[in-house]
Design a protein around this ligand. Structure first.
Ligand SMILES: *Cc1c(COP(=O)(O)O)cnc(C)c1O
Length: 224
């Protein structure tokens, strides 16, 4: 099937209110343009310089989501244009995003990434770390970031019951933070979870945003 057909198929499986982030990491600009022509406007990348290189050669109304581990010293490459940084996993990174956003006269929307998988290798905050971060965030009142919700990746396993539990856990974290810190903040509303092999399970557990790569663009070029 073509990229356009893949996008239509995935979209037909998403209920209203669930957004599709087409994960275009490692794919060339021409491939992204094919998806754009099929109506897709939101793309996810996991390397700052790769995203910064694609941005100027593709249509300006694309929404770029950063979905990978982001080093503080790379924020400057994406701060002028990024639509959502989905992978905030430290106070240090949040500070740097705030600074670079101010320098660009922008407010950058962010999600807090949580470690919900069994695997050691996946990045993300624990609930305790997030609460520490948010306690200081509310005191300091950074003006150039907006925290819009949470993101997480489930364990890479065929055991869908385990995957379901991990997504359910992320939703519980979202609800806890919502009631404790964001009760009166409608902007805190996103739960980004679900990839090519588990997005239906994620939707069943309350996902508002799925990040799908290989189901749209075919197998990955390299392992990342
Ligand atoms: C690569 C990646 C995806 C997409 O994975 P697929 O299995 O190809 O759909 C989603 N989220 C993150 C954080 C990724 O790095």
């Amino acid at each position: 099937m073509s990229i356009a057909e893949n996008i239509l198929k995935v979209k037909s499986e998403l209920p209203e209110g669930v957004r599709l982030v087409a994960v275009s990491k490692t794919k060339p600009a021409g491939t992204i343009l094919e998806a754009y022509k099929a109506g897709q406007r939101c793309f996810g990348e996991n390397r700052a310089q790769e995203m910064a290189a694609k941005h100027p050669v593709l249509p300006a109304d694309i929404e770029w989501h950063f979905i990978g581990h982001l080093q503080s010293n790379k924020v400057k490459y994406i701060a002028p244009f990024v639509s959502l940084i989905e992978s905030v996993d430290s106070r240090k990174l949040l500070n740097e995003i705030d600074r670079e956003a101010a320098r660009n006269h922008r407010i950058i929307p962010c999600l807090l990434q949580f470690h919900i998988a069994e695997e050691e290798t996946k990045f993300g905050l624990s609930v305790e770390e997030a609460e520490q971060l948010l306690d200081s965030y509310l005191v300091r009142q950074e003006r150039n970031i907006r925290i819009c919700g949470v993101m997480g990746m489930a364990t890479f396993t065929e055991n869908m019951e385990q995957v379901r539990k991990e997504f359910s856990h992320l939703r519980e974290i979202f609800l806890k933070l919502k009631s404790r810190y964001f009760e009166n903040d409608p902007a805190f509303c996103e739960i980004s979870m679900g990839m090519s092999d588990d997005f239906q399970t994620a939707i069943g557990e309350g996902s508002t945003m799925v990040r799908i790569g290989s189901r749209i663009f075919g197998p990955r070029n390299r392992h990342d």
